[in-house]
Design a protein around this ligand. Structure first.
Ligand code: CTP
Ligand code: MG
Length: 233
């Protein structure tokens, strides 16, 4: 099994969340939101290094004590889009020899703070011998509607075969680097879509609804409840 490195983009400003402090730094059951994310990834035995990408002008990271999170390194190379932050982080790790072409890179959103060790281990175990790589995703559970411009239903779309992409998304470093170099970064919303554009078919690995992305203020209470239940708080 090749090395596994986690890359966590955390250079966004959380516009939909709308808080002056970016959502990844907000308090969540006693620690910054992304401390949960980073600690969980670091607790996965197969992961050797956890690299978090923050923006070059980040004013928050140094205000917290991250020393309790083993394997953590910070890269201050965030870009204007998530894809750019991932690409910059990947390039920085390769440039200083901490990421080899054949290593697996697990890209995971800082804002998916309820990811679990078991889920990441399921992804790694399923993809260990995969020629392409893949991602956690959830089969769409609800009936899907397409809206018209007036907010009325234009069509009911079959949910058969539809999945919701989550993270981590796990690809070989060289494959992902090639994919991101070829894609237009503002059109890429996840790593898999960049890899698909190379003509490859990433594997879907069943994720978990608890691995949702904190996007709006209302999401914090759910994340807090999930994490508190796990730690018995
Ligand atoms: N991200 C990043 N660099 C960017 C934009 C986003 O590293 N230029 C990171 C975010 O910090 C987050 C992850 O990508 O952990 C997923 O993005 P999202 O949930 O969309 O976060 P934001 O872009 O910060 O939020 P919004 O889209 O509401 O502005
Ligand atoms: Mg965003």
């Amino acid at each position: 099994m090749s090395r596994c490195v986690a890359l966590v983009p955390a250079a966004g400003f959380g516009q939909r969340f709308g808080s002056p402090t970016p959502k990844q730094y907000l308090d969540l059951v006693g620690r910054p939101l992304m401390a949960h994310t980073l600690a969980t990834l670091a607790a996965v035995p197969a992961i050797d290094l956890v690299a978090v990408v923050v923006s070059p002008g980040d004013e928050w990271f140094d205000g917290f004590d991250w020393s309790g999170i083993a394997k953590l390194t910070v890269l201050r190379v965030g870009g204007a889009s998530r894809a750019q932050s991932v690409q910059n982080g990947l390039s920085a790790l390769r440039a200083d020899g901490r990421l080899a072409d054949a290593d697996w890179l697990l890209v995971h959103d800082a804002a998916r703070c309820c990811v679990s060790v078991e889920l990441v281990e399921r992804l790694i175990a399923t993809l260990a011998d995969d020629p392409v790589g893949g991602l956690l995703a959830l089969p769409v559970p609800d009936t899907v509607k397409r809206a018209d411009a007036a907010g009325r239903i234009a069509a009911t779309v079959s949910r058969s075969g539809l999945w919701l992409a989550q993270t981590p998304q796990m690809f070989r470093a060289a494959t992902l680097a090639e994919a991101l170099e070829q894609g237009a970064s503002d059109a890429i919303t996840d790593e898999a879509s960049a890899v698909e554009a190379l003509g490859l078919a990433p594997r879907l690995v069943e994720g978990d609804a608890q691995n949702f992305k904190v996007t709006y203020p209302r999401d914090l209470a759910l994340a807090a409840a999930i994490l508190a239940a796990r730690t018995g708080q």
